[in-house]
Structure formats: structure tokens, C-alpha cells
Design a protein around this ligand. Sequence first.
Ligand SMILES: C[S@@+](CC[C@H](N)C(=O)[O-])C[C@H]1O[C@@H](n2cnc3c(N)ncnc32)[C@H](O)[C@@H]1O
Ligand code: SF4
Length: 395
Amino acid sequence: MNSTQGPLPTPGGRASVIAGARPFGVYVHVPFCRVRCGYCDFNTYTADELGEGATRASYADTAISEIVRSGAERGRRPVETVFFGGGTPTQLPSSDLVRILDAIDDTFGLVDGVEVTTEANPDSVTPESLATLKAGGFTRISFGVQSAVPHVLATLERTHDPANVPQAVRWAREAGFEQLSVDLIYGTPGESMDDWRASLEQAIALEPDHVSAYALIVEQGTAFARKVRRGEVVMPDDDETADKYVLADEMLTAAGLGWYELSNWARDEAAWCRHNVLYWHSDDWLGIGPGAHSHVAGERWWNVKHPAAYAQRLAAGESPRHDGESIDGATARVERIMLETRLRSGLDLSALTAAALAEVPDVVGRGLADVHDDHLVLTRPGRLLADAVVRQLVD
Ligand SMILES: C[S@@+](CC[C@H](N)C(=O)[O-])C[C@H]1O[C@@H](n2cnc3c(N)ncnc32)[C@H](O)[C@@H]1O
Ligand code: SF4
């Protein structure tokens, strides 16, 4: 084990506060953005793109009607985490986000100590909006910072002025938020190693208790993918991307933020995003909103994608569910290996078949993982080859 990593977290350390129960969370999708970033293919729309039938003004009532409907179908179940994602949830008035949270509480019940996160773009908050969120029960803000470097932000088509980021974080602290996360992207065309170092330095200077850093993915069908195809921008090679991951891990670890999932670092276990941990352990969650996915008791389903179709279904008293599937044992096992291998708490070896178990000595012998308490934990070189390790364990 790398001695700079600190003690290992308890394997699977995310028990429900309800004895014997699987943790349960609610995801609320908010499908609005002021402008669309060229690289993003999330289910989100600008005001111009939306047209009739789905407006920001009516969104909270529509989402609340889905919550009430789900509660009537499924019954009460205490909620341990709520995550508002997007899109840009903070494109809605804070009072609407609080109304949606209240509806979740009224319908399902929020446990004491519930984690309630919203994603936010730095230019979409004010001291007042943040104070409303805090007073309304939100506990955590995740800011989409991406980069501190103007030419990198321009390539990503991000609109915020990097100088406003420290101000947004200060406002959040003044509003009383102790849990603050920063999202970063690395590997944007034209980003030098010094640019990435500057972004990490700025992120660390904000003193967040959590950082997510993702390599830029070229999503087919986006404006950015078209630019890559036309040769207008050139993606970095894998070695450069790997070097940037290592730099992030070194700098964040030195700043007291330890990795707990491949792309996520936190000050301590209390700062983990419990909602994402719930996903990574294939626990149960309900997804509210257009295109939102749910996963409860071995079943997965998803809503119609377009906000207008979603609103029409609910207005007509119909379910917004589009399709779904039961997850059989073999699929669940492969998903568990894919997700738990990415966690610092590691993959429980009991999830492996005899054939996969026979591969473990090779993975360990090549320095890609260690075994602790019957859990396979990736080393840093292993984290760079996580997909290959997973393939070796599931093929
Ligand atoms: C979908 S956004 C929602 C929150 C907010 N709108 C924002 O942009 O920060 C959540 C995160 O996904 C990241 N993301 C979206 N598309 C991505 C891509 N193609 N590659 C890597 N990260 C991506 C965003 O940069 C952001 O940090
Ligand atoms: S990255 Fe965030 S702000 Fe940009 S289009 Fe996607 S959801 Fe909207």
C-alpha cells in the first residue's frame, strides 16, 4: 500500500442508519442549463431548445407530482441521501429546490443526518440563493469548476469567469455549508501539464472537503466530438492523461484529500459523497425527472427523456416510466465487480467466481492491486489500468 494514502477505510463502510435495511437515496434530475457546453451529452436543455410544454417555472410542480405518485405506488421509505443533478439545478429558484426536497420528506421521510447535495455552476448562485438552500435542508454543494485556466474553459465552452469561483465558494461557506466539493476535468485539448497543475492549485486553495476529477470524455453526437473529428482540436494521448491523473492524485493527497473512488478524493470518510457511494454499492435509489434512472430491489427503470413528454405524462395522470429491466444474478455480479473495484474500500473477493479468483495472484503480482481483509484494492498503477483489471476479473 502506498504509505501516503493513510489508513484504509472499512470495507463497504456505508451501512444504512436503518438496521438491516439497504441504504435508499433519491436523485432529482433538473434538465436546464443557461448554455450548453460543447462536450456534454447529459439530458439538459437551454430555454431556446425546450419549446412548449416544459418550463422552468412549472418544473418543481411536475417533479413533485412524480414524487407523490411514486410514494403512492411504493410507500414510505426513509431517505438517507438526496442528490439534485443536471443540467444545472441552480437554474431553478432555490425555493423550488427546497419545495421538491420538502415533498421528498413529506412522501418518504428524510432520516436525521440526511445528506442533501446540489450541483451548481459557480455563476448560478448568489448569497441569498445559497442561504435559502441551507435553511431548507441542503447540506452539500458540488461546484462545477472544471479548470482555472481561461483558454481551457473556452475550449470546454464553460461560461463562468474563473475569478468568480472563490467568491461562490466563500458565499457557500458564509451560508453555513461545510461540505463543499469541486468538480474538475483534465485532458482538454490544449491543456498543458502546467495548466492542469494551476487548476489543481486553485481547487486546493479553495479548501474543499471533496474533489472529483474526471478525464474529458469525447461523447459522440456532441459539438465537441464534431470538432475532434474535423481535426479542429486534438485529444491528448493516454500517457499524458495518465500523467495528469498521477499529478492530481499526488497533489490532492499532499493536500490531505485521499482517494476513495478512482476519480474522487475527500478529506475524510465523513466527506465522502454518500449518495455516490450508494450508487457504487448498487444500493437502492429512486430517480425523479426526465430521463432519470431508478434502481430498487434488483430492478432498474428509466423515465421518458424529453422534459415535455415527461410533463405531459404526469399532467395526464400517467407514469413517466419509459422502460425497465430486472437485473439477473450474473449481471449484478459483473456490475458489482466493475463498481467496487474502483473503490478504495476494495472489491470483496467473495464476489468473484473461482476462475476470477485464480486471476488475483497475477493482478497482485503485476503490482496492480493488494489484498486487504479479503478485499482487492487497486494500487496507483492499478488505478490507471482499472478497466483492464475489471476485464481480467469478469471475462
Ligand atoms: C453534467 S454536470 C452537472 C453539473 C453542472 N451543470 C456542471 O456542469 O458542473 C456534472 C459533471 O459532469 C461533467 N461532465 C459532463 N460531460 C462530461 C464529459 N464529456 N467528460 C467528462 N466530464 C463531463 C461536468 O463537467 C460536470 O462536472
Ligand atoms: S456540463 Fe453542466 S453546465 Fe455544461 S451543459 Fe452539461 S450539465 Fe450543463
